[in-house]
Design a protein around this ligand. Structure first.
Ligand SMILES: [Zn+2]
Length: 412
């Protein structure tokens, strides 16, 4: 049945050409014998028992983009890279403008996943380096075989997969416009691959993959969720609030799209990021998908180490800069900076981009979640005495559930 299904997918891709979305993740995971993306997550938990990290904290993931090019067109601009990061920070926070297009029937299922992405500021050797690596390759194209992840094969080696989400942007020879590794994959292969002209919203991007949703889809696989149709006829993705579908959807159907396995008159959730519809047709993750994705960051999750990664913070670089590419972040989001960090006695919290500290609660936790101290801020610049903390890494949370900043604090 599975091989029949794959044959059908390949046949339809061949028939429809490159305008049909095709993701290589499921086929890749099967070939590599990785036990996801199945209808139970990789911890063997059901969606009812999936755990969160600190409840609903914003998880920030440092990203490194490996741009592999054989010609100048494939060497996409910084602006194109940053346009992709903007889309990710909108889609995983449900700040995307087209969230309003979610049909009324599905709106209560739509989730702010409270996951964000930053371009890495510190490389694995501790030096200040922006997370865009550009590399000429003799390879005119790559396939779903991981060669782009190895310098020896004409690609570029991964940065430490415990701290960085590696994204390789290159020219794919196959019909797949992207693929991802599941959360339990080998570190040197871990990450996401995206076709260079299906990445971001400006520059080389081509319709209908010109809204950055290929990366949104693949990164969700990287966090362990599967296709919404469960890669099977009327299959299940193991998530309670995504309706069963008879198959994937293409282009952009009209709501409601019914089939023989539709659970009710609302039909398919074809606007879910885990279907195969056009970029402009997708606009939501569900609460169940959010729970499953956040589960991989929990204490026992495969991606828990990301909660302790500080690669987004350039003030933590310990060596001289190795590459200084000026990269401007579009639409910077309000945030807070800790200074100094690492700190010995007293630290200062400094608001950035209009973040308002006044009246916010600040709590310091150990990485395992033990509360060490808490206080309410009363001015726009604040000093906090941390002289009594032991040496180590701490998690600093500022603000309430709907507007919470989470920062790493290093005590020397
Ligand atoms: Zn996929």
């Amino acid at each position: 049945m599975k091989s029949l299904l794959i044959s059908c997918v390949l046949l339809s891709i061949t028939t429809l050409g490159f305008a049909q979305r095709s993701c290589g993740s499921t086929e890749y995971a099967r070939r590599m014998n990785y036990n996801v993306f199945s209808n139970q997550d990789n911890l063997g938990q059901t969606s009812q028992t999936a755990r969160d990290t600190f409840a609903n904290e914003i998880i920030t993931i440092p990203v490194v983009i490996h741009v592999l090019y054989n010609n100048s067109t494939q060497n996409i601009s910084d602006a194109q890279v940053m346009s992709q990061l903007r889309v990710l920070n909108e889609d995983f926070r449900r700040l995307n403008a087209d969230a309003s297009q979610t049909p009324e029937a599905f709106k209560s299922s739509a989730a702010d996943c409270r996951i964000m992405f930053c371009l890495a500021q510190v490389n694995p050797r501790g030096a200040a380096q922006k997370g865009i690596v550009r590399k000429f390759t003799n390879r005119t194209s790559f396939s779903v075989d991981d060669d782009m992840k190895f310098s020896a094969a004409g690609g570029d080696d991964a940065w430490d997969a415990k701290k960085y989400l590696n994204i390789w942007v290159c020219n794919m020879q196959s019909n797949s416009i992207g693929y991802a590794t599941p959360p339990n994959s080998e570190a040197v292969r871990d990450g996401v691959v995206i076709q260079y002209d299906c990445f971001g919203t400006v520059g080389t991007v081509r319709y209908p993959f010109n809204k950055g949703r290929t990366a949104t889809h693949e990164i969700a696989h990287w966090m362990g969720i599967s296709h919404i149709w469960g890669d099977n006829s009327c299959g299940s993705d193991g998530i309670d609030d995504t309706p069963r579908q008879s198959n994937y959807n293409s282009n952009c159907p009209s709501f409601p799209k019914l089939s023989s396995c539709s659970p009710n008159a609302n039909g398919d959730m074809f606007m879910n990021f885990m279907d195969y519809t056009n970029d402009a047709c997708m606009n939501m993750f569900t609460n169940g998908q959010k729970q499953r994705m956040r589960n991989v960051f929990s204490g026992t999750g495969y991606r828990n180490s990301f909660l302790k990664s500080y690669a987004c913070d350039s003030s933590l670089a310990t060596a001289a800069p190795s590459v200084t590419e000026p990269v401007k972040q579009e639409k910077p989001l309000p945030s807070v900076v800790i200074y100094p960090n690492p700190v010995q006695e007293q630290m200062q919290l400094m608001p950035v981009n209009g973040y308002d500290l006044k009246g916010k609660t600040v709590s310091i936790y150990t990485p395992s979640g033990v509360l060490m101290s808490t206080r309410i801020l009363n001015a726009s610049t604040n000093k906090i005495d941390v002289s009594t903390l032991k040496q180590g890494i701490y998690v600093l949370k500022i603000g309430d559930n709907n507007d919470r900043q989470v920062l790493k604090l290093i005590k020397n």
